[in-house]
Design a protein around this ligand. Structure first.
Ligand SMILES: [Zn+2]
Length: 363
């Protein structure tokens, strides 16, 4: 249905959900519940909008096509009763999924508001949100994320490094495997790529969850806010033409920057901790104490000629980020706040996975 809607959308040059719906809704020939038609149209519409934007920049932009089976249904479409998730498939037909213990425990919180349910061929994700009052911070923690580690510096003078080199090494190993793979059979290649890719991102997620959890726990224990660099700027720094090779850029442009930031943000906001973003430029080139230009010495150390001090490069950067968070007006509390929606700012959405392997079909 999604690809059908995309085809119609491109043919008729429409991307608005309403117009697309009028055009294709009744042409779908299947007996699935209407929720799935609406879901397909909504997803197609957003893909068409992206495509249209992309096409303005690049006339040869690739037409969108959905390979994965995917649907998203609103919270009126499903019910949860007696720890069983009931999802409509066709009119008067349902799939019932018993919820795992962990899922039951999370959902038992009465302050949660349930959102949409996303379905793929193997997973069911329940989105939920909670209104949280923001805690007025008594101090801040600055976080510098670089290739080797994530370093935190807090206003109570606490410094800590979290090693992330394991993720980096796995990523490199994966690129190595890919570059040596020359057999010209796309089916096998795809299978091997996705096998290594999944493994790699599992390890990455595990590590990043561990790190973000520890950072947020530290912040919670002293009621500190969190200061991070605005990621857009970070990526810009490592773009083409910055005298850096392809290999270097690939590592830096990796998703893990973004992932860690997201994890810290949602974990912190779920606890009502304040999260602010500061401009990323030159956090590692100026001294965090006297603000004069530092000299790069060894690989991880910088020398401040004014303070006559040799400082750890990452520590200096984390301190600079912290100082910026406390000194300057924050450039945005969060992505939502930046869009000018003050209500949404207090709502944190978390995705919970239910186990799709316990499906029971019922009509
Ligand atoms: Zn200095």
């Amino acid at each position: 249905m999604m690809n059908e809607a995309i085809r119609v959308g491109i043919e008729n040059n429409i991307s608005s959900r309403f117009k697309l719906s009028n055009k294709v809704y009744h042409s779908f020939k299947n007996d699935l519940h209407t929720w799935y038609r609406l879901s397909a149209i909504e997803i197609a519409s957003s893909l068409l909008k992206n495509y249209r934007r992309e096409k303005r920049k690049n006339p040869n932009a690739k037409k969108p096509y959905v390979w994965k089976k995917f649907a998203k249904i609103g919270n009126q479409a499903y019910t949860i009763k007696n720890n069983i998730l009931r999802i409509p498939t066709q009119p008067r037909h349902f799939v019932e999924i018993p919820l795992a213990k962990y899922t039951q425990r999370v959902l038992s919180d009465p302050s949660l508001k349930l959102g949409s349910v996303s379905l793929t061929s193997r997973t069911v994700c329940i989105a939920f949100s909670k209104e949280i009052a923001e805690v007025e911070p008594t101090g801040y923690i600055g976080i510098d994320r670089n290739l080797e580690n994530a370093t935190i510096a807090s206003s109570d003078n606490f410094i800590r490094k979290f090693d992330t080199s394991r993720i980096l090494r796995k990523k490199e190993a994966f690129s190595e495997v890919k570059s040596h793979f020359k057999r010209n059979d796309h089916r096998i290649r795809n299978r091997i790529y996705s096998k290594y890719g999944t493994k790699q991102s599992e390890i990455e997620n595990q590590e990043l969850h561990k790190i973000s959890k520890q950072i947020v726990e530290k912040a919670k224990s002293v009621n500190f806010g969190i200061v991070m660099e605005n990621i857009k700027g970070i990526r810009k720094l490592y773009r083409k033409g910055n005298f850096q090779g392809n290999k270097y850029r690939r590592r830096l442009n990796s998703w893990s920057f973004y992932k860690l930031r997201k994890m810290i943000e949602y974990k912190a906001r779920w606890l009502g901790l304040k999260v602010i973003y500061v401009p990323p430029h030159r956090t590692s080139t100026f001294c965090a104490i006297c603000d004069s230009k530092v000299v790069e010495c060894t690989e991880r150390k910088v020398w401040c000629p004014k303070c006559k001090r040799l400082v750890d490069r990452d520590e200096n950067a984390a301190r600079n980020i912290l100082a910026r968070g406390m000194r300057f007006i924050p450039i945005g509390l969060s992505s939502e706040a930046a869009n000018g929606n003050p209500m949404k700012e207090l709502t944190t959405e978390v995705i919970l996975r239910a186990d799709g392997s316990q499906l029971t079909q019922k009509s």
